[in-house]
Write a protein that binds this ligand. Structure first.
Ligand code: G3H
Ligand code: 13P
Ligand code: ZN
Length: 309
């Protein structure tokens, strides 16, 4: 099956109160682990590529790897640009075979974000490709006080932004943040805000970035085998599930993949110091990613959504 766009996937997710997992890919083993999991769990899938990942792996390699993935599974797969930061990058991905793009103008003043997003939407839509945009700035909420860098999404502005840009989905800031250190105190997301946004944009797919739960088993393994990740903390999975019931159709996960891979490789290096065959540690890392992603697909409720052919 060729790559698909996200329209149909989001509609089903919205109507049935689950979310599609959007997993970041950087190399072959990560991609294989994710795709094997989606295939085994009969889950629709979004593979996403950041600007840095595209630079690291190169566009040509990503396209060929994803093409190979399409041959080993029949579950629908979207190839998405994550955090596009310019019209040129969005255009390159649209022209180069991606089936979904994000333009992230969230650091810009409102009017500039609208203008940049609109320009990307016009180009992408002319080529049949949907656009994710972002409004509000991600960063945690600490002790019931929004951290300085966080600018949580204003519900009225979100409605105006979607109306004026014509974007197809919107990443919102409700207290999540990227990376392994999301909260200093108790994890908290602003679900009232999410509800207000959903109320103003009924039926419209919302996106949650920074949604890794920073699984303790991998943090512990990293720390046990020579790593240093003190106080790493993510979003509890129950919160992700609650968001998925409140209009969030796409949940972005990268940190959990990185942790699964790094924890496994650290452990293998420790247990088998004489081994220098990369397959000896990259293989188990791929297995760990597959099992972690299978678990996530159940958490998100997207496992079992693709009937057997
Ligand atoms: O949101 C960020 C993703 O985790 C991608 O990170 O830009 O380091 O590839 P990256
Ligand atoms: P995490 O760092 O929580 O995995 O978030 C990833 C993300 O939002 C990618 O866009
Ligand atoms: Zn993100």
């Amino acid at each position: 099956m060729p790559l698909v766009t996200s329209h149909q996937l989001f509609r089903d997710a919205y109507e049935n109160h689950y979310a599609i997992g959007a997993f970041n890919i950087n190399n072959m083993e990560i991609l294989q682990g994710i795709v094997e999991a989606a295939h085994e769990e009969r889950a629709p899938l979004i593979l996403q590529v950041s600007k840095g990942a595209r630079k690291y792996a190169r566009h040509e390699f990503i396209m060929k790897l994803v093409e190979a993935a399409l041959e080993i599974t029949d579950v629908p797969i979207v190839l998405h640009l994550d955090h596009g930061d310019s019209f040129e990058l969005v255009k390159a991905c649209v022209d180069g075979g991606f089936t979904s793009v994000m333009i992230d103008g969230s650091h810009l003043p409102f009017e500039e974000n609208v203008a940049l997003t609109k320009k990307c939407v016009e180009y992408a839509h002319a080529h049949g490709i949907p656009v994710e945009a972002e409004l509000g700035r991600l960063a945690g909420i600490e002790e019931h006080v929004e951290s300085k860098e966080a600018i949580l999404t204003d519900p009225d502005e979100a409605a105006e932004f979607v109306e004026r840009t014509g974007c197809d989905s919107l990443a919102v800031a409700i207290g999540t943040s990227h990376g392994a250190y999301k909260f200093k105190g108790e994890p908290r997301l602003d679900f009232d805000r999410l509800q207000e946004i959903e109320k103003r944009l009924p039926g419209f797919p919302l996106v949650l970035h920074g949604a890794s739960s920073v699984l303790q088993e991998f943090v512990d393994a990293c720390n046990q085998y020579g790593g240093k990740l003190p106080g790493a903390k993510g979003v509890p999975e129950e919160m992700i599930q609650r968001a998925a019931k409140g209009g969030v159709c796409k949940v972005n996960i990268d940190t959990d993949l990185r942790l699964a891979m790094t924890a496994t490789i650290r452990k293998k290096f420790y247990e088998d110091p004489g081994n220098f065959d990369p397959r000896n540690y990259l293989g188990p890392a791929r297995d760990a990613i597959r099992e972690m992603v299978r678990h996530k697909l159940h958490v998100l409720g997207c496992a079992g959504r693709v009937p057997l052919a």
